[in-house]
Structure formats: C-alpha cells, structure tokens
Design a protein around this ligand. Sequence first.
Ligand SMILES: [Zn+2]
Length: 67
Amino acid sequence: MPVEFVRCPVCKQKLGLQSYVAPGALLVCANITCGADLRVVSRNPARVDLVPQSETYSAEYRPESYG
Ligand SMILES: [Zn+2]
C-alpha cells in the first residue's frame, strides 16, 4: 500500500499518510509528546495543517446534545 510522508508542522515528526486518506481528514501526530491535531489539506503532494484547539473542541464537545 503506497504511503506518503509528511512532517508535523509542530514537531517535525515524520508521519505516514495512507493513500486512502482524503483531504479534510483529521489525524493526530504520532509523536506522543506532541499529539497535535492535524488536518490533511492536500494530496500529491501531501500537506497537513495544524487544527486550532478551539476547532477540535467544537467537534467533540456538544453541550446541547442531551435533547
Ligand atoms: Zn507533532
């Protein structure tokens, strides 16, 4: 399976990106001391950007979901 390599914008950790990972997908840096939330912004060449902490919060934290 082809894997493309990108570097974490925070810690420069080399990250393998499987070919099926589409732009817009979220991933977490493999460096356990970094753990940055990253988003795939493009393929060919692969590029990732740091996801702001506030954005990751709004995706996971939904106080109104109790109904
Ligand atoms: Zn990192």
